[in-house]
Design a binder for this molecule. Structure first.
Ligand code: CP3
Length: 345
């Protein structure tokens, strides 16, 4: 396992010579090289489930964009599938589940204890990527947060409000906790296997944190993020990215994670004040800034770096890069971070 790579040192709060950078969704449709591979296949799932190809597209942003870490090419939805709810990725529409969770019996039928064994293709992809990277940059393994996976298991597709999933929290809180607990158990085993296969750090995506009140987030999300963080504390650096969970930053700050991801809607200084000095912060340029001119991208990226002041910071966008972004502007963002000199450094 790598230990002294730049991004791992930044995650642990050790000394760094510059701010490390990677981009959420860096392996994907922004790159012509990705689209070429994708076009030769039956679909997204074939790419995810073919380890040599998943490893290849994971390495593309390292070679083409020069990022400081590779994230394994996969999806958060492989976990519900491994538990018994297969997903489809519909062109132009996104994820769709034929079966969803509707009753207590549906929860009991879910595979929990051995579900992680159904994800060997992910571990194989990580092992293959590890070999291909030959120690150049660390590998980020990932999973969805229990709340976000719960959302897809109940709704069966994307939603603006996730009100069906939230209905469960308010009508059946005990059953909701049983389901969240099952997802957590599988997620921890899944992430442990990713580390065993070669992942050097981990990120938890709570993409739908934003639909919960701080109180609901404290009750239905935080205890499970706590369990996951505890499983890796002191072993593998772990990042919690709870998108839109502004009112919950104080709860996240108390968890034994190394890094907290910020979206672009929060103030950097305010977040640092709430979270304190003992965590690394990741983010948080608005992905839409990459639609602007080169001069504006340089200006806004440098402002973001100055606001984080080089203290425990991993540069990233505030959410995944949009697929219609010019990859050269993504590269510009990365180059600006890599070349930035702090005034009193
Ligand atoms: O480069 C990387 O960041 C690694 C790859 C990655 C994918 N999905 C590939 C993907 C990661 C980390 C994810 C996580 C993921 N998947 C999340 C959490 C992050 C976030 O965006 O909030 C979520 C919510 C999903 C579920 C998901 N997968 C949706 C809603 C969609 C459809 C929307 C879209 O972007 O098309 C996907 C599909 C998906 N996952 C694609 C990719 C590259 C696009 C499919 C394709 O290329 O055909």
């Amino acid at each position: 396992m790598q230990t002294d790579a730049l991004i791992l040192r930044a995650a642990k709060g050790l000394k760094v010579e510059r701010t490390p950078v990677w981009v959420m969704r860096q392996a994907g449709r922004i790159l012509p090289e990705y689209r070429a591979i994708r076009a030769s296949l039956s679909g997204f799932k074939e790419l995810v489930e073919t380890p040599a190809l998943a490893a290849e597209v994971s390495k593309q942003p390292v070679d083409i964009l020069g990022v400081d870490a590779a994230i394994i090419f996969s999806d958060i939805l492989v976990v519900p599938e491994a538990m018994g709810l297969p997903y489809q990725m519909l062109e132009q529409k996104g994820p769709w589940f034929e079966k969803t969770i509707e009753t207590h019996a549906d929860i009991l039928r879910l595979n929990a204890h051995n579900a992680h064994e159904n994800l060997q293709y992910v571990y194989d992809a990580i092992a293959c990527l590890k070999k291909n990277l030959a120690g150049s940059v660390p590998i980020i393994g990932f999973a969805g947060a229990p709340w976000t996976i719960f959302c897809y298991m109940i709704e069966g597709k994307g939603s603006k409000t996730f009100s069906l999933a939230k209905k469960w929290l308010y009508q059946a809180p005990d059953l909701s906790h049983i389901l969240l607990d099952k997802i957590t158990e599988v997620t921890i085993q899944y992430l442990q296997e990713q580390v065993r296969a070669g992942a050097d750090m981990l990120q938890i995506f709570d993409s739908w944190a934003e639909v919960l009140s701080p109180e609901a987030y404290r009750i239905f999300a935080i205890p499970y993020l706590d369990k996951i963080s505890q499983a890796f504390a002191g072993k593998t650096p772990i990042t919690l990215f709870s998108k839109g969970a502004h009112g919950s930053r104080k709860y996240l700050a108390a968890l034994p994670c190394d890094t907290i991801g910020l979206d672009w809607t929060v103030d950097i200084a305010e977040s640092r004040a709430i979270i304190g000095a003992n965590k690394t912060l990741q983010g948080n340029l608005d992905p839409c800034v990459l639609y602007s001119s080169e001069a504006e991208i340089v200006k806004q990226t440098e402002k973001m770096l100055a606001d984080f002041a080089g203290q425990r910071h991993i540069a990233n966008l505030g959410h995944g890069v949009y697929p219609d972004t010019d990859w050269q502007k993504v590269k510009l963002f990365i180059d600006v971070v890599k070349n930035y000199k702090f005034k009193n450094a």
